[in-house]
Design a protein around this ligand. Sequence first.
Ligand code: CMX
Ligand code: CO
Length: 134
Amino acid sequence: MSLFTEIDHVAIAVKDLDAAVAYYRDTFDCEVAHREVVERDGVEEVLLKVADSYVQLLTPIRDDSPVAKFLEKKGEGIHHVGYRVADCAEALERVKAAGHQVLDEAPRPGSRGTTVAFVHPKGALGTLIELVQE
Ligand code: CMX
Ligand code: CO
C-alpha cells in the first residue's frame, strides 16, 4: 500500500493572493476554506476545498521567503504537492533511508494544525514534495 493516503493539496505560487482567490471563485465557484499567515515559511496561504483535498494558493510575505525566490525565478505556477501520510516521521525516515535529500530533518508544524516535512526537489524528480499528517 502507498505511504500516500490521499493528495492533501496542490500548491500554486501567486503574486496577488486576493486576485487568485477571485479567479478561482469567479471561474470555478471555489470557496475559501482557510486563510493563514505561516510566519516560519514567510507565506500567506489560502486553502480552497476540492472534495477531500485542497488547492493551496501561496504568496510571499517577505523577500527572503522561498516562495518569493520561486516567483522571481520561475514566475507564478505550481510550487509543490502535499501528500497525506498517516505518520509524517515514519514517511520522512523512509525518504532519508532511501538516501534522498530532505529539507526538514524532523516533522514540524504546518498550517491548520498539520504536521509536515518537505523533501528536496532535487532528489524528487524536480518536484517539491510535502508530507502532510493531519
Ligand atoms: N519546485 C521545484 N524546484 C524548486 C522549487 C520548487 N518549489 N523551489 C526551488 N527549486 C529548485 C530551483 O529551481 C533550484 O534549482 P537549480 O539549482 O537547478 O536552479 C534549486 O531548487 C534551488 O533553488 P533556490 O532558488 O536556490 O532556492 P533555495 O535553495 O533557497 O530553496 C527550497 C529551495 C526548495 C529549499 C525552498 O523553496 C524551501 O525551503 N522550500 C520548502 C518550504 C516551503 O516551500 N515553504 C512554503 C510553503 C509552506 C506550506 O506549504 O505550508
Ligand atoms: Co503546502
